[in-house]
Design a protein around this ligand. Structure first.
Ligand SMILES: *Cc1c(COP(=O)(O)O)cnc(C)c1O
Length: 392
């Protein structure tokens, strides 16, 4: 609980400074691929993660970012990667062996879906059960004697479904399996998966942590004993290392994360309430709305802020959907999420992903990443786009 206090102070001051020579108050960018090795006979661990040898083993800007993420989340250790997908691989590669079984959220990021549906089973003989992890009983029923990992995405991308992390952690631990949670949709401030019992917490830092839409990145947080394996295998030997420049950019973004999440959450709630009462709207899911199927669970697990992700659909045919997208002025039609500006993507009916989502989603829907704009301006933009597509 301690890390929840003074979270904005921790975002500003948390983590060790590493510029011991000049004492710069802003961390310099250490653009170096290699470091001087001691010549005094000290043994060198060429594939090690505990000294600076080569930037793929460890590098300064990466360490600064890891320290700040630990300070903010209370995690014992952290590894950062070149993308969210590299961070996910950083968990799946070390902790799954051929013949092991994994239970995975059926609503999950497309690369996670493809890894578990195709590559891990076909190339590495990992057995997989996809389940609706918002249904705790379904998770329990899917566990087998060889289950080694339960991987949950919460809030789920794109549905915002909320899984019960504490209950699923109990199920995983009773089965001697690990629980990993991809909490990208909430960022590491609205929810604290490790505190709820998860062993590993994963984020695409491309999204809220960086927040400015100018760098990819990913992180894994958890106990040192697990993170050493993540670093040794996935970082040093699979090599998805984060560059010093991107680490520096993301560190800068992280400083304002708590502040941004407050605004994202407040604006998204106002926008979701507007959508909920609009006759143009077929359905809306936002964890902060009482009508969300797992609102009570979200209220218990989240910190009163529900992040900026909304999924919804409008009444009307394909043409109306296209007209609506065309008419939006402030909101940009683009992938990714968690940026300062509002982004929307449309999953049309023909998308093959839709079969994995709850029935209400299967006619098509929008995933809406609410930015930092003023709520009234976003509501005005949506309202005029509804009118332009003759929905109101
Ligand atoms: C974007 C995303 C990822 C992948 O992250 P990249 O940085 O694009 O590699 C993983 N999980 C979730 C939930 C995401 O939204």
């Amino acid at each position: 609980m301690k890390h929840k206090a003074n979270i904005q102070t921790k975002a500003v001051h948390g983590g060790a400074r590493r510029d011991d020579i000049f004492g710069a108050i802003n961390e310099p960018i250490y653009m170096t691929s290699n470091y001087r090795i001691p010549t005094d006979g000290t043994p060198v661990d060429w594939s090690g993660i505990h000294s600076n040898i080569y930037a793929r083993n460890r590098n300064v800007n990466q360490m600064v970012l890891q320290d700040k993420l630990c300070a903010l989340t209370g995690a014992e250790d952290c590894a950062v990667f070149a993308s969210g997908v590299a961070a996910l691989a950083g968990v799946f590669i070390p902790f799954l062996n051929s013949g092991d079984h994994a239970v995975v959220s059926e609503v999950c990021y497309s690369a996670t879906n493809l890894l578990f549906r195709k590559y891990l089973p076909e190339k590495y003989h990992v057995e997989v059960s996809f389940v609706d992890t918002t249904d705790t009983e379904a998770v329990k029923a899917a566990v087998r004697p060889n289950t080694k990992l339960i991987h949950v995405e919460t809030p789920g991308n794109p549905t915002t479904g909320i899984s019960d992390i504490s209950a699923i952690a109990d199920i995983a631990h009773a089965a001697h399996a690990l629980l990993s949670v991809d909490a990208t949709f909430a960022g590491p401030v609205c929810i604290f998966p490790l505190e709820l019992g998860a062993d590993l917490e994963i984020h695409s830092m491309t999204k809220y942590i960086n927040g400015h839409g100018d760098s990819l990145g990913g992180c894994v947080l958890g106990r040192t004993e697990l993170l050493e394996q993540v670093k040794e295998m996935a970082m040093v030997n699979f090599g998805g290392i984060l560059s010093p420049f991107n680490a520096w950019l993301i560190t800068r973004g992280l400083i304002t994360l708590p502040l941004r999440m407050k605004q994202h959450s407040a604006v998204a709630l106002a926008v979701a309430e507007f959508l909920e009462q609009s006759p143009a709207v077929r359905f809306v899911w936002y964890p902060g709305l009482k009508s969300h199927p797992q609102h009570e669970r979200a209220a218990k697990m989240m910190n009163g802020q529900y992040s900026g992700m909304i999924s919804f659909d409008i009444n009307g045919d394909e043409t109306a959907h296209q007209q609506f997208l065309n008419a939006l002025k402030l909101v940009t039609h683009a992938v990714s999420l968690g940026d300062v500006e509002s982004l929307i993507v449309y999953y049309d009916q023909t998308s093959d992903k839709l079969v994995h989502y709850p029935a209400i989603y299967r006619k098509g829907f929008f995933r809406f990443s609410v930015g930092l704009e003023d709520a009234e301006d976003l509501i005005d933009d949506l309202q005029q786009a509804f009118a332009a597509s003759r929905l109101v």
